[in-house]
Design a protein around this ligand. Sequence first.
Ligand code: HAM
Length: 397
Amino acid sequence: MRGCLDAYGYAEIRTPMFEDTELFVRGVGTGTDIVAKEMYTFNDRKGRSLTLRPEGTAPVVRAWLENNLGAEPGVCRLQYLGPMFRYDRPQAGRYREFFQVGGEAIGSAVPELDVEIIDVMMTMLGELGLRDLAVEINSVGHPGCRAVYERTLAAALVVTADELCDTCRERARTNPLRVFDCKSPSCRRVIERLPLLRDSLCADCKAHHAAVLAGLDALGISYRENPRLVRGLDYYTRTAFEVHYPPLGAQSALGGGGRYDGLVEACGGPPTPAVGFSSGIERVLVALESQPATAGAPRIWIAPLGDAARRQALVLARDLRRVATTEVDLSSRALKAQLRSADRAGARIAVLLGDAELDARAATVRDLRSGEQIQAPWPEVAAAAARLLAATDGKAT
Ligand code: HAM
């Protein structure tokens, strides 16, 4: 994991295991479960309130400010790995002390930085051998459009107050967005009917979100838009995302993150945009252990015809492996025989490379179930395969 973050230029930072309580109250937000219920808070010998860090982003921002890391122009990319502490009911995949690995990129508002953050996380998990990860993404807007939405939401919650749990009735007054974190069945039913934040987004936030999705498409990272994803921390602005490994059930989130353009300022610094992610290491381990033995079976089969096509197949395979397990047929047989092998191996997508494709600097991407196929230029083959896979998995947006 560290090596992957190194390769993207994220330098290691180590922050202390505890911080002033105030940092998390201000950064993560008073209405969040983390601050309201899950912090290990104690007084030191001088009566100062300290808290074992429940997460790494606010401490990284505090250290960035204190050490004047913003003096260097450009984006500051930092990675961390260490224990975090949350007082929650322990269960499989949820512990009171757990380890997170994370990356934070401070100093730019461009949507491509959001894309890089999701890309580094997916690459990191992919290199560990995890497949079939589901990226969920949403935009929670900037404080301006969120304020408009929160008024709409608060009004909708007044009407449904009878169906809400006690906590959510309180949240409706103080921090209505947090209602989306509630797990109680009656609140979940209300949540299904609530107005959506995306309908209140301003033009700039919409454009930012569209650019993030376009960047993910360009990298062949498939995702599902989840308009109800708000994440349990108050600091997010615009992009919020989670990466799930669905077989893990209730604790399927291997990680998450998003943009937090207001956090540096909330911690006493100058207005500074930033975006980051973190991933729970224990959950990643559980996911790796639970992967079916067929995890190594190819989902994409490249069928090249001829020497030049075989060479190009190896190049395309590198991109395709970021999407799913990919095998290059190097048996030098006729196309029909290669496709029979693809079928026997259980592959879902075939990428065909013959003379016509080489001339066009393209490949034919075929869905082996429906027979549907398209021709994609080489740089777009991975994205085309990702779209077909998402469609056949029923995960398409
Ligand atoms: P988070 O979603 O609260 O985000 O936590 C990130 C990941 O840590 C979760 O997806 C999960 O894998 C793991 N995790 C959280 N709580 C536990 C627990 N009790 N036991 C085991 N694993 C757990 C954050 O912490 C943000 N700081 C992420 C971020 C970075 N946003 C921007 N930059």
